[in-house]
Design a protein around this ligand. Sequence first.
Ligand SMILES: CC(C)(COP(=O)(O)OP(=O)(O)OC[C@H]1O[C@@H](n2cnc3c(N)ncnc32)[C@H](O)[C@@H]1OP(=O)(O)O)[C@@H](O)C(=O)NCCC(=O)NCCS
Length: 219
Amino acid sequence: MTLGRLPAGLPARTDRQCKIKGTRADEAEDAPMCQATLRTGRLRLVPLSEEHLEYEVELDADPEVMRYLGDGRARSREDVERRHQHRLAAAKRVVGLGFWVGFVDGQFVGWWILEPPERANQGPIDGQAELGYRLLRRYWRKGLASEGARELVRHGFEDLGLTRIFAETMTVNAASRATMTAVGLQHVRTFHTHWDEPISGSELGEVEYAISREQWLAR
Ligand SMILES: CC(C)(COP(=O)(O)OP(=O)(O)OC[C@H]1O[C@@H](n2cnc3c(N)ncnc32)[C@H](O)[C@@H]1OP(=O)(O)O)[C@@H](O)C(=O)NCCC(=O)NCCS
């Protein structure tokens, strides 16, 4: 099922990935228009919607999950509720991009993102997207983050016509860096950001990894 009307300038392939809201039984009623539901061997990746808030609350309540994120502390429900709205809004900025919630055998395991750059120093919005992932601790080291990320990279280049996918993390976040490498991204730069409440390891800065469409096609 495709959506007929899309903003001008979108790659033709995007159109084929767009679903009309609520037309598939496995899609949430309020799933963002034009964000595809994706599948891998184990994962079903569903566009983030209102009904997923409780999963996000559980995820962000684990201090180990949050260790290298934000102020490095677990987040309150109120904070997650606010961020949930911001996450939903990501799907409205560029057609096809946004947050995906991942399920294995119907169980929530975490979320993945492919979203447009937010900061001026991340380069142009056109053709670019930032990759990210956050999984419940009990699902770590089972190859799930990389399995979902690999599918998002494929989706970004093959279906959405992106030209570059990048990811950022703290230099000390070994798991995140290894996942970037596992899906084909390469280290581009190390940079330093000012933090009001620096967490341990922030003195070593952050890293950007990336892969271009050409590199992905040649892999
Ligand atoms: C980062 C994260 C998503 C990785 O999830 P995961 O499902 O365990 O990752 P995978 O099992 O797919 O592993 C991918 C690669 O990372 C490696 N890896 C995973 N955890 C690692 C760790 N703690 N240290 C070193 N390497 C690690 C794996 O061995 C694998 O490498 P390989 O393909 O060469 O074997 C998970 O640790 C997490 O949710 N962390 C908290 C949130 C976070 O920091 N997100 C990133 C923000 S930028």
